[in-house]
Design a protein around this ligand. Structure first.
Ligand SMILES: CC(C)(COP(=O)(O)OP(=O)(O)OC[C@H]1O[C@@H](n2cnc3c(N)ncnc32)[C@H](O)[C@@H]1OP(=O)(O)O)[C@@H](O)C(=O)NCCC(=O)NCCS
Length: 403
C-alpha cells in the first residue's frame, strides 16, 4: 500500500465525508457548516491511498495569548484517519509533515490542539497545558456569597447576532490577558454563535445572549441555551466579564431560571470566582477535563516568546524524539519584560521532555509537580522550584473556544 502525504487540494465535501466517517457522525449539518466557515484550505494536509482521501490534518492560524504576549499558534484541527487504514502510522506521518511545515514556515513557535482522546498526542510532543471544570449546579444550591456592586449591574437580553461584534470586542480584550485564549476574528465570532454546537442538540433552545452593563457600558455577557428534555437545565455556552460584580450578576441570573432544575457549564476556568462564591462548593459536582494541548515546535523561539514571573537564568536539556531540531540544551534568560533563548553547550540545570515543557508553558502549575512524578530531572539544587515559580502566572490558562 503506497500512502501519499501532501497538501490537500480537494474540496470541502470530500473532507466532510472523511470527518463524518472518522468522528462517527458526531455533528449536525449546522456544525459542519460552521467548521467550513473557519476552515483554512491551504493548511490542510491529506493522506491518500490510490487517490482516496484516507487521512487528514488541518490548522487554524490562531493568535494565542501566552504569559505576557500574544503569539501566532498553529491550532491543529480536523484530525482523522479512515477506519480501514488505522494503526499503520498514517497519523504519525501526518503529524510529522504538519509540524515540519510549521517549523519551516518559521512563523508559529507553537502548535496547539484539543484532543478527542488524551492518550493520542503526547507521543507527538503535545503536553496538557490547560484544564477546566464541567459543573452542574442544582437550582436549590444557587446561593452565592454577597458581592459588592452586584445590584448596580444591569442585565439585558439582546439579539445574539446583533450584539456579536460588541461582545467579541470585550472577549478579545479579556483574552489578551488570559493565557490559552485566542483572538476571535470575524470568522471565529460567527463560529462562536453557531447553532447546535452540542453533540446532542435535541430539545435545546436557540442560543440566547444576556449582557451585563453599567451606565450603558458593556461589562460582561453570557451565551446560553435552555433545555426541557430529560433534566430541565440551563446550558451555559460561555460567560465573560470584566469585573467581579458583573461576573456574579450573570451567574446569579443563570443559576436561577424558572422551570429549570440545574445549570450546567462545561468550561469553567479552574480559577473562576464562582468556585469561591457558591455557599455549597460540593453542589458544583465538578469534573476536570483536559483543555488545550501545547507543542513547542521551536523550543528556542517558544521560550523567548513569553515573559516570566521572576528573573530566570536556566539551561534546559530537552528530549524530543519526534522533532530532532529541538533536542539538546537551551539557555533561557529573561524576566517580566521579555526573554532570550539560545542553544548552548553549558551544563543543564533541568532535563525534561518537550511534552512537559508544553504542559507548563502557559502557566499551568506543575513543574515541581512534574518533578515529583519523576518527569523532570533536577541537576542544580533549587532549579526546579525557582524555574517553576518563574513559569507561573497570576491567571491560569483556559481555552474558552474548542477547535
Ligand atoms: C486517532 C487516529 C487519528 C489515529 O490514526 P492512526 O493512523 O491509526 O494512528 P497511527 O497508526 O499513526 O498511530 C500512531 C501511534 O498512536 C497510537 N494511537 C493512535 N490512536 C490512538 C488511540 N485512539 N488510542 C491509543 N493509541 C493510539 C498508535 O497505537 C501508535 O502507537 P505507537 O507509536 O506506539 O505504534 C484515528 O484512530 C482516528 O481517526 N480516530 C477517530 C477520530 C479522532 O479521534 N481523531 C482525533 C481528533 S483530536
Amino acid at each position: 500500500m503506497a500512502i501519499e502525504i501532501g497538501r490537500y487540494t480537494g474540496e470541502w465535501d470530500e473532507l466532510l465525508e472523511l470527518l463524518d466517517m472518522v468522528f462517527a457522525a458526531a455533528w449536525s449539518g449546522d456544525q459542519y457548516e460552521a467548521e467550513r466557515g473557519v476552515w483554512e484550505h491551504e493548511r490542510s494536509i491529506a493522506a491518500t491511498d490510490n487517490g482516496q482521501l484516507v487521512g487528514h490534518t488541518g490548522a487554524f492560524s490562531h493568535r494565542m495569548t501566552v504569559p505576557g504576549a500574544q503569539v501566532p499558534v498553529a491550532g491543529v484541527t480536523m484530525v482523522g484517519v479512515r477506519a480501514t487504514h488505522r494503526r499503520r502510522g498514517i497519523l504519525r506521518d501526518l503529524m510529522r509533515k504538519q509540524l515540519t511545515d510549521i517549523h519551516e514556515a518559521g512563523n508559529e513557535p507553537l502548535a496547539a490542539l484539543t484532543a478527542s482522546e488524551p492518550v493520542i498526542y503526547p507521543r507527538f510532543g503535545y503536553g496538557l497545558a490547560s484544564e477546566h471544570y464541567s459543573v452542574a449546579v442544582p437550582r436549590q444550591s444557587r446561593a452565592l456569597w454577597p458581592v459588592a456592586g452586584i445590584d448596580d449591574v444591569q442585565l439585558r437580553q439582546v439579539d445574539v447576532h446583533e450584539s456579536v461584534a460588541r461582545c467579541a470586542e470585550l472577549r478579545n480584550k479579556l483574552a489578551a490577558d488570559r493565557p490559552g485564549m485566542f483572538q476571535h476574528d470575524e470568522r471565529w465570532q460567527q463560529y462562536a454563535i453557531r447553532d447546535n454546537v452540542t453533540m446532542d442538540p435535541s430539545g435545546a433552545s436557540k442560543l440566547r445572549c444576556v449582557v451585563a452593563e453599567r451606565d450603558g457600558e458593556l461589562t460582561g455577557y453570557t451565551y446560553y441555551r435552555t433545555k426541557r428534555v430529560d433534566t430541565n437545565c440551563v446550558e451555559v455556552d460561555r460567560l465573560h466579564a470584566a469585573d467581579l460584580a458583573s461576573h456574579a450578576a450573570l451567574w446569579r441570573y443563570l443559576l436561577d431560571q424558572d422551570l429549570m432544575r440545574e445549570t450546567r457549564f462545561d468550561k469553567l476556568a479552574v480559577d473562576d470566582p464562582l468556585l469561591d462564591l457558591v455557599l455549597d462548593p460540593r453542589a458544583l459536582g465538578r469534573r476536570t477535563w483536559d483543555g488545550v494541548w501545547v507543542r513547542p515546535v521551536d523550543v528556542g523561539r517558544a521560550l523567548a516568546a513569553r515573559t516570566y514571573a521572576r528573573d530566570i537564568d536556566v539551561v534546559f536539556e530537552i528530549r524530543d524524539d519526534f522533532l530532532p531540531w529541538n533536542a539538546g540544551k537551551w539557555h533561557l534568560t529573561g524576566g517580566s519584560d521579555g526573554a532570550q533563548c539560545e542553544s548552548t553547550d553549558r551544563a543543564a540545570d533541568l532535563t525534561l521532555d518537550v511534552r512537559d515543557l508544553g504542559a507548563v508553558y502557559l502557566g499551568r502549575p506543575g513543574l515541581a509537580r512534574l518533578g515529583r512524578a519523576g518527569l523532570v530531572d533536577e541537576h542544580t539544587a533549587g532549579a526546579l522550584a525557582a524555574v517553576g515559580e518563574a513559569f507561573s502566572t497570576t491567571r491560569l490558562p483556559i481555552l474558552d473556544t474548542g477547535f
